[in-house]
Design a protein around this ligand. Structure first.
Ligand code: MGD
Ligand code: MGD
Ligand code: MO
Length: 786
């Protein structure tokens, strides 16, 4: 682990820094030789899909693509460390709860199913059959199936997800909270309303043709490193790349490709962004409205002077509806409000609009910087408007590119992991699979927490992920989980969700992506869908971390049989995943010939109607949407509410050494942070205005209107290139600051990048700073006993 320091990282993203970091990680995990072998199977035609992120592969693995953070994800799964019942028996759960997330993860791969013993406050081994029987008893005893919720994190394969949602619906509920609810839900909702499909419209080939790429609120250098290879190629070709991000991010500035002998040997790098604009946090809706308003003004002017139009009027006339409402709203919008709320000047917006005016083929990418906001759906629909006014959807080299997070989060949705299923989908399940699914919509993530908190939900089942650490409003969420009669986690490693648990609790350890999955029907492959709707096979090759692990499909099948009986032949299906795929094929239109098609090298692409200019909206056209720029957000209200305090807008985000709630290390190399995580990035002038110095410690307090005190103590001030009034800090430590009820309108996504906070002076922590969600020790363990 690095010594604690803060400095400026002078190097490009990638390069030798990336190679050194991977070598270090393989050593840390005790797998230097095996790790290198494992990495060679990542994203190969006959290998496993990288569990790192959802960015697609060119031809699915025609050559080994080096990716630092993919390598770290693989190494973390392939670690030599084992969290056996013997290891776990050394600690009470109370003791474990006082440890950091980094410590829990560091215990290694879980090897046995385990059950919580309240008398000794410890986990102990349990037989698989007994574990399934215990869960089935709880589920069968509930008077209403809606008293259970079934979470999914986005690594779950299509086969496991399909079987899981089938079992849960046959059991009787649509309660499917998932990580998507906290992630790209607003992209799905926004795009569906605009272009009729809730997914991105571009493929990797489009990236090779685009002449202009806009990147809003996304940090590919850390979170989608393989995207940098596409951006580097585009930049070399002369494409213009425009980044819109409050923070200066190294990966958006320059990149040295570890696979380029020239860049590696000469210390050279490729410039990524041709333009970089730093709006205020939450200013994007105003930014995009400003851009379209400017294009519209130029277009009016061109018409007046008989010059070529700036907008694509032929496309607008043939394919869209609502343009008049949009243009009159934009003509009425005031530049003063746009400048004030975006944090960019008219001159900056004009400069960006000039790039758009010249764009023939435009791709717009976005990430969590757009989705985790109160007006995320509106902003995404404004991004769609921006694409539509230029006719940039449904032609080569152009389109919408929401960059998904988890490697199969998009596939899980396709498979039916959704709390608001369509009637058509349920009808089809009923016809094909021979049961009557519930029709009433279920709970999403935030609704599930509220329902556990007030006792409406009594059983929590988690298929992967780390619910206790990933969710907002930590103390309330933990109290909600602890109120449950039973919490069950299907996991690969120990995490916060095992130590913040219900009266009864189970840990069900499963195979990871990289591991061989042998069933009665022979070695099995699963399938996944990437961020660009490509579906392909994934087959693990490593020896499983323990002989007691079950695959996720096997876990679902055995639980389903224990709960619902053998009628649907669950276990038979899980013996050979082709049988599950046959049922997927019969249920979902786009999967005709699934078992054959997925075996062609590289897999196949699911149909995307918008990319064919077929608009599956109510009007049959692509829909322009009007959205006002709110001047009455939680931040505006907080300013009125606390006139004496400086109100900052806090965005919570990822460091370079983490995968969501999993910490690989304590460095954030590109931002110059080493050996620590309790830092807050702030403008140097703001530090001075507060009467503080760089390196001083502060506590963060949310300003909310529900009377609840939400604080996170002891963060170190780090001067950073970020607009004044804006702060950034890492998640999950900052989750106690996110109010549960603060969600994106129309999507329910926690607004974890738009938190009004004030700072108070604090002191350096006495011992090593905790990294477990900032809660004091007693809060972390209170109420664990039955
Ligand atoms: N190595 C690694 N890879 C990952 C993950 C990981 O944790 N580690 N997580 C995976 C998952 S699930 C996801 S969803 C993705 C997440 O990938 P990203 O979408 O890149 O997620 P974040 O790091 O949360 O934040 C992205 C960016 O948003 C910017 N931002 C903050 N507020 C605003 C704003 O108001 N406007 C704009 N324009 N920008 C803003 C931040 O400065 C930051 O650069 O990555 C996936 N891949
Ligand atoms: N404040 C704040 N909160 C956020 C975010 C933010 O930016 N800010 N981002 C949100 C986003 S975008 C997301 S996607 C969520 C992430 O929320 P989750 O998906 O719930 O969290 P992860 O940290 O990805 O889950 C890690 C755990 O998954 C388990 N695991 C790993 N591989 C496997 C596997 O193959 N199978 C199974 N069954 N388990 C496995 C391991 O036990 C590991 O501990 O967090 C959200 N929360
Ligand atoms: Mo995500």
């Amino acid at each position: 682990m690095s010594d604690q320091k803060i400095d400026v990282y002078p190097y490009p993203a990638g390069g030798w820094g990336a190679l050194r970091s991977v070598a270090h990680q393989l050593k840390e995990q005790g797998i230097a030789a095996k790790g290198a072998r494992t990495l060679l199977h990542a994203n190969q035609p006959d290998g496993f899909d990288c569990p790192g992120c959802a960015w697609p592969d060119r031809n699915h693995g025609s050559s080994f693509e080096f990716c630092e953070n993919g390598a770290k994800a693989v190494a973390a799964e392939a670690t030599a460390r084992r969290c056996t019942p013997e290891v776990l028996s050394q600690y009470t759960v109370r003791e474990l709860a006082a440890q950091s997330d980094y410590f829990l993860e560091g215990l290694g791969r879980l090897t046995h199913p385990m059950v919580y013993d309240a008398v000794s406050d410890r986990y102990q081994a349990i037989e698989w059959d007994d574990a399934f029987e215990l869960i089935a008893q709880h589920l069968k005893a509930l008077p209403d199936p809606n008293q259970a919720v079934f979470y999914t994190s986005g690594r779950t394969s299509n086969e496991a997800a399909f079987l899981y949602q089938w079992f849960v619906r046959e059991y009787g509920t649509n309660n499917f909270p998932d990580c998507s609810n906290m992630c790209h839900e607003p992209s799905g909702v926004g795009l569906k309303g605009s272009i009729g499909v809730g997914k991105g419209t571009v493929t990797l080939d489009d990236f090779t043709l685009a002449d202009t790429i806009f990147i809003f609120g996304q940090n590919p250098g850390t979170n989608h490193p393989r995207m940098l290879a596409e951006l580097r190629a585009a930049s070399k070709r002369g494409a213009r790349i425009v980044s819109i991000n409050p923070l200066r991010e190294r990966g958006l500035e320059r990149f040295a490709d570890p696979q380029s002998p020239i860049e590696m040997s000469t210390g050279g790098a490729t410039r990524i962004s041709s333009h970089y604009f730093q709006p205020r946090i939450g200013g994007d809706l105003a930014v995009v409205k400003g851009l379209i308003k400017q294009l519209l003004a130029w277009d009016d002017d061109a018409r007046l002077h008989g010059a070529p139009p700036v907008l694509d009027h032929a496309f607008i006339a043939e394919h869209t509806t609502g343009f008049d409402q949009l243009s009159s709203d934009l003509r009425d919008e005031s530049w003063a409000v746009i400048e004030q709320e975006s944090g960019l000047s008219c001159a900056q917006l004009q400069e960006a609009a000039e790039v758009l005016r010249r764009a023939k083929k435009l791709i717009v990418c976005w990430g969590m910087g757009i989705t985790q906001h109160p007006h995320a759906v509106g902003t995404i629909q404004m991004l769609s408007n921006l694409l539509l006014v230029g006719g940039h959807i449904g032609k080569p080299g152009a389109g919408a590119c929401p960059v998904r997070g988890h490697s199969n989060v998009q596939g899980d949705r396709t498979m039916g992991i959704y709390e608001k299923p369509s009637a058509a989908f349920l009808d089809r399940m009923e016809q094909v699979l021979g049961f009557t699914p519930p029709r009433e919509h279920g709970f999403d993530t935030v609704e599930s927490i509220a329902a556990m908190a007030d006792g409406r939900v009594k059983v929590f089942f988690g298929m992967g992920g780390n619910f206790a650490a990933a969710t907002p409003d930590t103390p309330r969420t933990w109290a909600a989980l602890r109120r449950c009669d039973l919490t069950v986690q299907v996991s690969t490693k120990l995490n916060r969700s095992h130590v913040v648990h219900g009266r009864a609790a189970l840990i069900l350890p499963c195979l990871g992506r990289t591991e061989a999955d042998n069933q009665a029907g022979g070695p099995q492959s699963v399938t996944v869908e990437d961020s660009m709707s490509m579906v392909h096979l994934s087959r693990g090759t490593n020896e499983p971390a323990s002989e007691h692990l079950l695959s996720e499909p096997a876990i679902v099948a055995r639980l389903a049989e224990a709960t619902l009986g053998p009628k649907q032949r669950w276990r038979w299906m899980a013996e050979d995943y082709d049988r599950i795929r046959e049922r997927i094929e019969a249920t979902l239109d786009d999967f005709a010939g699934f078992n054959q098609r997925v075996r062609t090298p590289g897999g196949f692409r699911l149909r995307n109607t918008a990319s064919e200019r077929v608009w599956a909206t109510a009007s049959g056209k692509a829909q322009f949407h009007v959205h006002p720029i709110s001047q009455d957000t939680v931040v505006h209200r907080a300013r009125l509410q606390t006139p004496m305090a400086t109100v900052f807008t806090l965005a919570t985000m990822r460091s370079h050494d983490q995968y969501n709630t999993t910490l690989y290390g304590l460095d954030d190399r590109y931002r110059g942070v080493w050996g620590q995580r309790r830092v807050v990035f702030i403008h140097a002038d703001d530090i001075q205005a507060l009467g503080l110095k760089v390196g001083d410690w502060v506590d963060l307090h949310t300003i909310s209107d529900d009377g609840i005190d939400r604080s996170a103590p002891q963060f170190k001030l780090v001067a950073y290139d970020i607009p004044r009034g804006c702060l950034a800090a890492y998640y999950p430590e900052t989750n106690p600051l996110v109010p549960l009820h603060s969600v994106a309108e129309g999507a329910g996504t926690p607004t974890s990048k738009y938190i009004p906070v004030r700072l108070t002076a604090s002191q350096a922590p006495l011992d090593a700073p905790a990294d477990h969600c900032g809660l004091p020790e007693n809060a972390a363990s209170e109420g664990t006993a039955a």
